[in-house]
Design a protein around this ligand. Structure first.
Ligand SMILES: NC(=O)c1ccc[n+]([C@@H]2O[C@H](COP(=O)([O-])OP(=O)(O)OC[C@H]3O[C@@H](n4cnc5c(N)ncnc54)[C@H](O)[C@@H]3O)[C@@H](O)[C@H]2O)c1
Length: 361
């Protein structure tokens, strides 16, 4: 088997937490080049990985012949130009979410990747939580019946600290909407299908964070009608004081259908709650062991913290899709679909109106 060579563009938080450990588990796959505009971050990544090909300019990295695939883990405003440059050089691309600053750019990325015949993947990492994967399987085989309601709630306590590029609209696009709600919009598409129209509101309760201006929202609420007739309520906040952060805080999805309800909570990666229509209430449904890792993943689910290590399966999915020349799960098209909902939410919050979503193929 020939070795797959990866370049990492952006060597900050998520690269250290997800991408490097994920790739390290994939056989015959290695990181051969690193890029970061911050020389100190680049040097730390070089020392940590031993990778000697480094640059502060992505243009120098994406054109290298030995690089087969690129992982983009930079601030949101750079995703589209970096991805388009990598695609133009025939590289497969895994790009962090939100895919771009708007749906037009995200769609252009998806179209360019399709046209070039390269693999493309959006890092909707929470699809890889075993309980979410199992829930998707159960809904697909019809256990839910006709979908009635989709509900997601992401509540974290980020206080008023400085968030760097994340609190600058020009660099991040949006705040909580792109940062956290984008994953839950993707879940909604996965479980219920496309939305028909929505109305949304956003709030910025911290115009100054850590002494610097913040022009992004801390809270977003979205009410949706799906094409299938189901309704959706999605809420996400950085200001749920006392709830802590990350997987220690609340991240829940509830879906109610004609046959059953299911409840998914990221922190409870190995179980769902479910109840039958007319039944006595919710009970625990364990996630079968076969779903504890992504199909084919070499990861041992008993090693490490399972609430961290499920994220490593994302790299495996990218590698496996490249090797088997099949579409990644999820693709840039999934990223663009979520981006269209984000654009509509921004427009709705600005105009105080319902916004229709264009039917997409
Ligand atoms: N999938 C997930 O669960 C998840 C989790 C966290 C972050 N993210 C996403 O990952 C991306 C990065 O987030 P982060 O938390 O790692 O941010 P970060 O600030 O920790 O790291 C970003 C790095 O990119 C570098 N950079 C900036 N511009 C660059 C450029 N043009 N070329 C090369 N390097 C550049 C910065 O110097 C920094 O080191 C964001 O899009 C974010 O939304 C996704």
């Amino acid at each position: 088997m020939t070795s797959l060579n990866f370049a990492i563009i952006g060597c900050g938080g998520i690269t250290l937490q997800n991408h490097l450990p994920g790739l390290a588990l994939c056989p015959d796959s290695k990181v051969v080049a690193l890029c970061d505009t911050d020389p100190a971050t680049l040097e730390r990544a070089r020392q940590q990985t031993g990778v000697t090909v480094t640059s502060t300019r992505y243009e120098e990295i994406v054109r290298r012949d030995e690089v087969h695939a690129v992982i983009i883990a930079t601030p949101n405003f750079t995703h589209a130009p970096i991805a388009l440059a990598a695609i133009a050089h025939g590289k497969h691309v895994l790009c962090e979410k939100p895919l771009a600053l708007n749906a037009a750019d995200a769609q252009a990325m998806a179209d360019a990747a399709d046209h070039a015949g390269v693999r493309h993947m959006t890092a909707f990492t929470y699809r890889f939580v075993p309980a979410m994967r199992y829930l998707r399987d159960l809904v697909q085989r019809g256990d839910l019946g006709q979908p009635y309601h989709y509900r997601s709630c992401r509540l974290q306590d980020w206080g008023t600290r400085n968030l760097g590029w994340r609190q600058v609209k020009q660099l991040a696009g949006t705040g909580e909407l792109g940062d956290m709600l984008s994953h839950r919009i993707d879940f909604a598409h996965l479980l219920v299908g496309p939305m028909k129209r929505l109305v949304a509101n956003t709030r910025n309760l911290t115009p100054v964070r850590g002494g610097a201006p913040n022009d992004t929202e801390d809270w977003v609420g979205l009410l949706a009608e799906f094409q299938c007739g189901a309704s959706g309520v999605l809420e996400s906040s950085k200001l749920a004081s006392g709830r802590n952060e990350s997987w220690r805080s609340l991240d829940s999805v509830e879906i109610n259908g004609s046959e059953r309800s299911f409840v998914f909570i990221t922190g409870q990666w190995d179980r769902l709650q479910t109840g039958k229509a007319g039944g006595p209430g919710l009970e625990t449904l364990p996630v079968p062991r076969a779903c504890w890792t992504w199909p084919g993943s070499p990861r041992d689910p008993s090693l490490g913290d399972p609430l961290v290590s499920f994220r490593y399966d994302q790299a495996w999915e990218f590698v496996d899709a490249i090797r088997n020349q099949r579409p990644c799960v999820p693709t840039f098209h999934d990223g663009a679909r979520a981006q269209a909902v984000m654009d509509a939410a921004v427009r709705s919050a600005e105009t105080k109106q319902w916004v229709d979503l264009r039917a997409r193929s």
